[in-house]
Write a protein that binds this ligand. Structure first.
Ligand code: TMP
Ligand code: ASP
Length: 237
């Protein structure tokens, strides 16, 4: 496999073409962004930690029967993935109220959500990722009903797998965001699963171990990601 030219530069990852039209290289950078790219900083080691963390989680999800784009890790900062036709919506499951839900609905952070709740957001920084519903997705043709149903089913299945995984390692999976795409007609998990795109709290102290440390200026961002990785047994060497 030969890495070719840059296809797309996102806020935290760069995507490269390869000599195989169905494969891409994802490069995890140290750039860390929040508030739709308004706050950006370079955090040493973050690209490496997130690449290895993502590899670990995607492998667990694949083993649980969830189709993912991950093929293999190529280097500390790069992974080889299937090229998906991405669906421009973000799928969010929340087990505990935090973040935008608290601002939107006036609920207190930490309120347990039973059953967990599901939200769709449009992936569009300029519009600040507005919340959308299934009718918007259908009307604008972003996905069809079968794809919507599959994204919801898989996002909840991820919850079953990862809630248990983090619980065993002493953490609460508060919420997370997933992105899907189509690969040969199959809805497949794309993008990443790292502490950049989820909320994780220590089970006992409720200390935040995710990107909220960056958003809220709490410091120790990458140290927290490494702590999460170490608790799960992710090999960071
Ligand atoms: P929110 O509370 O800001 O709506 O975010 C919910 C979860 O989804 C949180 O873990 C952060 C993640 N998320 C992203 O990573 N990127 C996004 O663009 C959005 C909207 C959410
Ligand atoms: N939406 C994500 C966040 O709130 C990433 C970003 O917008 O930069 O952190």
């Amino acid at each position: 496999m030969q890495k070719r030219e840059e296809l797309y530069r996102g806020k935290a990852k760069t995507v490269y073409l390869t000599d195989d039209e169905n494969r891409l290289v994802l490069e995890f950078r140290n750039d860390t962004s929040a508030f739709d790219g308004q706050k950006v900083e370079q955090l040493a080691r973050k690209g490496m930690v997130n690449n290895k963390f993502n590899n670990f989680i995607m492998t667990k999800l694949q083993e649980a029967g969830i189709p993912t784009q991950l093929e293999s890790m190529l280097s500390d900062n790069e992974s080889l993935v299937k090229k998906l036709a991405m669906i421009p919506v973000e799928c969010v499951v929340r087990n505990v109220a935090a973040g935008s839900m608290c601002r939107r609905l006036g609920v207190q952070e930490g309120t347990e959500l039973q059953p967990p709740t599901f939200e769709f957001f449009l992936k569009n920084d300029e519009l600040h990722d507005p919340m959308v519903n299934e009718y918007h997705i259908l009307s604008f043709g972003w996905a069809d009903q079968a794809q919507i149903d599959k994204m919801k089913e898989l996002t909840f299945k991820v919850n079953d797998v990862l809630k248990a995984l983090f619980d065993t390692a002493g953490m609460i999976l508060v919420d997370y965001k997933l992105e899907f795409g189509d690969f040969n007609g199959e809805i497949t998990l794309g993008d990443e699963f790292t502490p950049d795109g989820c909320r994780l709290w220590d089970k006992e102290t409720r200390e935040k171990l995710d990107k909220d440390r960056f958003r809220q200026g709490l410091g120790g961002v990458v140290e927290a990601y490494e702590e999460v990785a170490n608790r799960l047994g992710v090999d960071l060497d």
